[in-house]
Structure formats: C-alpha cells, structure tokens
Design a protein around this ligand. Sequence first.
Ligand code: MG
Length: 157
Amino acid sequence: MTRTGIGYDLHRLVSGRNFILGGVRIPFEMGPAGHSDGDVLSHAICDALLGAAGMGDIGSHFPDSDPKWKDASSLLFLSEVLRQMTLSSLRITHVDAIVVAERPKLGPYFPSIRECLARTLALSADQINLKAKTHEGLGAIGRGEAIASYAIVTLEG
Ligand code: MG
C-alpha cells in the first residue's frame, strides 16, 4: 500500500542561534529559536513521516517539555521515527519539501542537505527533492523574522 503524509513547521529566527537546516549548519547571522536545534526542514519531514505512518505528530513523540531534546539535533528525531517505521515494515520511497525563507540563499546548500537527510533516512539523495522559496517580502517570513518548511513523503508498506 502507498501512504502519503504532509508536514509543516515554522520557527522564529533570532540572533545567537546556529542556522541548522536538514542537519547542515549554514553560515548566517541568525538561527531558528527552538527547544531542539530548530531545524524546520527536519521537523516538517518528521511530521510528514509520522502522518504517513499514522503515528501522530512530532510534539507527542518529542515534547519540547522534555529536557532530553534541549538543543538536540533534529536528525535524532528522523532516525527515531525511521526506526519505529521500520519496525512496522514501512519503507520511505520519496520526500519532497519546500523551505520558505527570505534569507539566506539556500539553494547552494541543498546538495549537502540532501546527502545528510539521505544518510539519516537510509535513502539515496535522488529520493529527496528540495525547493527554496522566498515570501516576496511579505509577512513575518518576508521580514526575515521566521523560516518555514512544508514536506510531503510517500511510504510503501
Ligand atoms: Mg519545529
């Protein structure tokens, strides 16, 4: 059976935080606020995986009230979800995601982000597609105050 899941996340951008996206650190003067590393792309993919697997959402699996996840790499969330999915004989076939940010320019980092996510999810990089969008200067994202991500995943199992 083919299953699909959708995920979305948004974090405020603040100074004094590393800018981590898809597990890759990108040089920038601000970074996503959050209990974990605030990696919106990993969080959106995580929620999409959980949705497709019928396993709830990221907040119930990795609550931000749990000190265990303080400043944690969000790749850990992906690894853990993958582990649970594998126990249920679910296999990821494809990930497609959009990252919405006014700055920095993300496209140049996509090859390394795809490699990093592929390693974490036991996929090949060509099973992960990434797209970057700006918010055309509009709203909080357009003012550079936030970053968001949308993801859709397809599973078989
Ligand atoms: Mg998040």
